[in-house]
Design a protein around this ligand. Structure first.
Ligand SMILES: Nc1nc2c(ncn2[C@@H]2O[C@H](COP(=O)(O)OP(=O)(O)O)[C@@H](O)[C@H]2O)c(=O)[nH]1
Ligand SMILES: [Mg+2]
Length: 403
């Protein structure tokens, strides 16, 4: 399973630019609100230190790629139409576009930190819109959309008929929410976090349902806030203010800067490793005066201050910090660090922190193998690992089976 990262935000905040920068896609970008109608899809990569360096190996990855000792692992990205206040009621391009997000594991909220767009994405004077308002309205829309999904198809009848038995209630809720990628554990946790664990569902008030929807949304589709257009005049100032007002992480970002760096790197005009704090101009003659000036600005006003453009940081933060993933490398030959076809360190898998070896084999490797699993071997220590071994980040593991 590959993660799906949903890009959300109001019109013209820079969602398609972010997608294009992260995935080198060609989604249409424009100043006009609602340029994006059908969702745009792309593949981006999270970046982590590859273990090839630890073993001094030249690897040949299959499910990922390795550049200068960095392993890049694919994640799917979806850029949906801009959301406006009351989108959950069908305003703007409304519900249909919220529904594009049902399969997302996490949402990146692209906020125009320069405050130069009103809520519908129209240009206004820089600084006139307070970015915190965007954060609040968008979260609210997604929460209310969740509530609506719960409520549709006669909620009051539903709670009456399934109020008796808790286990049954959770099962039925799970069925009701099956479209939006939510598991039973998340439902149980949301009930607990909204203090509704012991309350008979038939007695739930509208506020109870709302608070359950909010908790469920926070657990199943967490939102990471991106202060985009940080390169603009008032960006830095607004970013500092927003960061102080918000509990969670706010990632400073210039999607446009990343887009140009990635594009020039693809055209071999510069050398640039995504997520790094500098680049090298390799073909100065291919860049005109304005382009060189822009690159200079990117270097001095973005990379030197923030250490990167924010695009790679966002993807990494989403997957490693919020979704709490670690990276594990299964191999079959413990001496060559290869699979059966001599591919060295072929696969890097993302797994949740705390995953046991047995579950890793069941979910990621092969259900077949899980039945014949005997033990694992840690490639670093050559020690045996039992089925209850808890995986660590950058483990390289041989799986020994009876098959
Ligand atoms: N200065 C600046 N402009 C940006 C940035 N990201 C996007 N834009 C511009 O904002 C406008 C809207 O971008 P777009 O990606 O189409 O927004 P969307 O409607 O959210 O998909 C375009 O003119 C982009 O060039 C950024 O990081 N910095
Ligand atoms: Mg767009």
């Amino acid at each position: 399973m590959t993660f799906l990262i949903g890009i959300v935000g109001k019109p013209s905040a820079g969602k398609s630019t972010f997608l294009n920068a992260a995935c080198l896609t060609n989604a249409k970008v424009s100043e006009l609100p609602f340029t994006t109608i059908e969702p745009n899809k792309g593949v981006a990569y999270v970046k982590t230190n590859c273990v090839c360096k630890d073993f001094n190996l030249k690897d040949n990855p299959k499910n990922s790629y390795c550049l200068e000792g960095n392993r890049f692992i694919p994640v799917n990205v979806l850029d949906v139409a801009g959301l406006v206040p009351d989108a959950h009621k069908g305003k703007g391009l409304g519900n249909r576009f919220l529904n594009d997000l049902v399969k997302a594991d996490i949402l990146l909220h692209i906020v125009d930190i320069s405050g130069s767009l009103d809520k519908s994405g129209k240009r206004i004077k820089s600084g006139e819109n307070d970015p915190i308002e965007d954060v609040v309205f968008l979260e609210n829309e997604i929460n209310l959309w969740f509530k609506q999904i719960l409520e549709r198809e006669d909620w009051s009848k539903f709670i009456k008929s399934h109020a008796r038995e808790r286990k049954k209630f959770i099962e039925e809720l799970h069925k009701r929410l099956s479209g939006i990628k939510i598991n039973k554990k998340q439902i149980i946790l949301a009930l607990r976090n909204s203090n509704l664990e012991d309350k008979n569902p038939s007695l739930w008030s509208d506020d109870d349902l709302l608070s359950f929807s909010i908790k469920l949304r926070e657990i199943s589709k967490p939102i990471l806030i991106m202060a985009n257009k940080i390169d603009k005049e008032i960006g830095m100032e607004n970013y500092t203010t927003l960061k102080n007002k918000i509990e969670g992480e706010v990632i400073p970002c210039s999607a446009l800067a990343e887009y140009f760096l990635r594009k020039y790197q693809q055209e071999k005009k510069i050398e640039y490793l995504p997520g790094s704090n500098d680049f090298k101009i390799t073909n100065e003659n291919s860049l005109n005066h304005n382009e060189l000036e822009m690159l200079k600005n990117i270097r001095e006003k973005i990379l030197a201050i923030f250490n990167e453009t924010g695009v790679q940081n966002a993807l990494n933060f989403a997957v490693f910090n919020i979704l709490k993933q670690i990276c594990v490398y299964p191999i079959s030959d413990i001496n060559k660090f290869s699979d059966n076809n001599d591919n060295i360190l072929p696969d890097a898998f993302l797994v949740k922190q705390g995953t046991l070896l047995r579950n890793f084999i069941r979910d990621k490797i092969h259900t077949d193998l899980a039945d014949h699993f005997i033990f694992g071997i840690d490639a670093r220590t050559k020690k045996r690992l039992g089925e209850n071994y808890e995986l660590k980040h950058n483990d390289v593991i041989k799986i020994v089976t009876a098959k």
